[in-house]
Design a protein around this ligand. Structure first.
Ligand code: NAP
Length: 247
């Protein structure tokens, strides 16, 4: 009999770590990537790229590939993929486990303004703010539309739109150090940091730098995903999968 296959919905560092762990313990793993990043760091095991075609497409894929367990290790803001995974696993009667890193929490030394969406974050920036935007390339437009706001926008892949000259575009990939983040914010005379509450260590340094420099943060809050059995670390989820698949 072929081994039980595990489908990891990826696109995150956590997903890579999970795949590496499960492959190391002899499991058959397929990691699925949305296919939006040009040269992604690849995990161990099999990798597939591109959308499934909604929940129905994913359901068909699960059947075709004889998947036994699905691990949703997508980014906390990837709500569509998580909703599709929920629907497809219900339909197929398969276990769905979620890797959900803890959100960042403000300390007494932080000044955070919560925003319910990226559009709201852009609206919350005060007039003539110098902003450091770290929300990815797809949702940058509301900030560029603010003609009084300027600053630095960092993303992994180049955006499809042209940046006005009042903005500096920085293409870079985490992890970042606190010293580097502090330097960036100082060099670009940043007065506000804008980020999504992704959580995790790899991109946390900007929050520490902002705290040290007394720079306020607009924190885009996480969207709600369908309820699922969730684990905070790759190690915990890997243990749960091994338990599920043990004879
Ligand atoms: P999304 O809005 O939840 O998903 C949009 C569509 O992209 C999904 O319906 C699905 O297409 C496809 N898709 C997403 N993740 C996929 C995966 N792992 N494998 C195959 N297809 C996938 O997702 P998103 O916010 O665009 O994020 C896309 C990817 O980037 C995710 O893998 C996520 O983990 C990663 N990421 C997202 C963010 C963020 O801020 N949103 C940040 C860092 C990394 P079909 O319906 O055709 O299946």
């Amino acid at each position: 009999m072929p081994p039980d296959r595990i489908l990891i919905l990826g696109g995150t560092r956590d997903a890579r770590e999970l795949a590496d762990m499960l492959v190391a313990s002899g499991h058959s793993v397929i990691t699925s990537l949305a296919g939006v990043t040009q040269n992604p760091e690849l995990p161990a095991g099999e990798v597939r790229r591109g959308g499934f075609g909604g929940a129905e497409g994913l359901h068909a894929y699960l059947r075709r590939e004889s998947v036994a367990v699905v691990a949703d290790a997508t980014h906390p803001f990837a709500v569509r993929m998580s909703a599709n995974a929920d629907a497809a696993c219900r339909e197929a009667g398969l276990p769905l486990l979620r890797l959900e890193r803890a959100p960042w929490l403000a300390t007494v030394d932080d000044r955070w303004l919560p925003a319910a969406s990226v559009a709201q974050a852009a609206a919350l920036l005060p007039e003539r703010a110098r902003a450091f935007i770290t929300i990815g390339r797809n949702e940058i437009q509301p900030f560029l539309s603010r003609e009084d706001v300027s600053g630095l926008a960092r993303m992994i892949e180049p955006p499809e739109i042209t940046f006005p000259p009042r903005w500096t575009l920085l293409l870079d990939r985490p992890p970042f150090t606190v010293a580097y983040e502090r330097l960036l914010m100082t060099d670009h005379a940043i007065t506000w940091l804008v980020t999504k509450n992704a959580g995790g260590r790899a991109t946390e340094a900007k929050l520490i730098a902002a705290r040290e420099l007394g720079i306020p943060v607009i924190m885009v809050e996480r969207p709600v995903k369908p309820p699922a059995q969730s684990f905070a670390t790759a190690g915990e989820l890997a243990t749960a999968v091994r338990r599920l698949l043990s004879p």
